[in-house]
Design a protein around this ligand. Structure first.
Ligand code: SAM
Length: 272
């Protein structure tokens, strides 16, 4: 069968040949599907929307985590919002300086099914003693976080064009980002995935506007993620910290990020 999933509502879709259906479960929050596909390897979909594929998830997660993390001197603590597949955790746990990592994911089903059927995503890091998993709504969690983080990574589902009542709707509000600001250290960086910045540019624009109302420093970058329709946007904010445009991986071995892809991350792409 062919799996068709939207890149931008009913305006643009992608289709992939499925070789096996791995699981299908309806939780209190969403429908979780994992498929084996011919070209993308395993793919995770939530309510029919693509979340990751094993073909290109390293590019997505390396960019989401290491582009900001490489610019923070001696980071000690991190918070992951959403990210139930574990890909963000795996990348964070490669950093030896981090001592405490909280993750707040609303749906235990995503964590359970990804640990079972997509084990390379978390790669054992749910058992890392630095990791503390909270099954809760991130909107409430950040209000009472009770600590400050050097990196906050928002890896939640998108709010989709033409769809009402998204699970993550409250995570794209000034109120939520004000709470994130209170939970961010002075040298810290908040980063969020921001949808496909070429085909859904309105997502990045609205997050940038929201960030700018709350934080003094705001900017964006991008990565090339084929299963997301080619491009993934990321938006970051801080109380003053900057993301360096010099690639400085130290002894970190990265799959996607290199000097060229790192420079491309900050270059505007203009087509029309
Ligand atoms: N990489 C993905 C993408 O590009 O959209 C995101 C992956 S991750 C699986 C998204 C997670 O955010 C889901 O597991 C979902 O349950 C979680 N999520 C959505 N709303 C949330 C909320 N209010 N609090 C905590 N987690 C939330």
């Amino acid at each position: 069968m062919n799996l068709t999933f939207p890149i931008r509502s009913d305006k643009l879709s992608m289709s992939a040949l499925v070789t096996e259906q791995i699981c299908h479960e309806k939780t209190a929050f969403q429908t979780i599907d994992i498929y084996e596909t011919e070209v993308f390897g395993r793919a995770l979909l939530l309510d029919g929307h693509i979340q990751l594929t094993t073909f290109d998830e390293k590019a997505y997660h390396e960019s989401l985590v290491h582009i900001p993390l490489m610019s923070i001197n001696e980071p000690k603590s991190a918070l992951v919002i959403g990210g139930g597949d574990g890909g963000v955790l795996r990348e964070l746990c490669r950093n030896k300086s981090l001592e405490h990592i909280d993750m707040v994911e609303i749906d235990e089903g995503v964590v359970r099914l990804c640990r079972e059927h997509l084990p390379s995503l978390s790669d054992g890091t749910f058992d890392d003693p630095r990791v503390h998993l909270h099954i809760a709504d991130a909107f409430e969690f950040v209000k009472t976080a009770g600590r400050q983080y050097d990196l906050i990574v928002a890896d939640s589902t998108d709010v989709y064009e033409d769809e009402e009542g998204a699970l993550s709707e409250q995570l794209f509000t000034d109120t939520f980002y004000l709470d994130c600001k209170a939970a961010l250290s002075d040298k810290g960086i908040l980063v969020t995935q921001a949808d496909n910045l070429v085909f859904c540019p309105y997502s990045l624009v609205s997050i940038m506007e929201m960030f700018a109302r709350v934080f003094p420093k705001v900017s964006w970058y991008q990565a090339l993620i084929p299963s997301f329709g080619g491009y993934s946007g990321y938006c970051w904010a801080s109380k003053g910290a900057e993301i360096s445009h010099e690639f400085n991986p130290g002894d970190l071995e990265l799959r996607y990020l290199n000097n060229a892809t790192y420079q491309l991350a900050f270059q505007p792409l203009t087509y029309a």
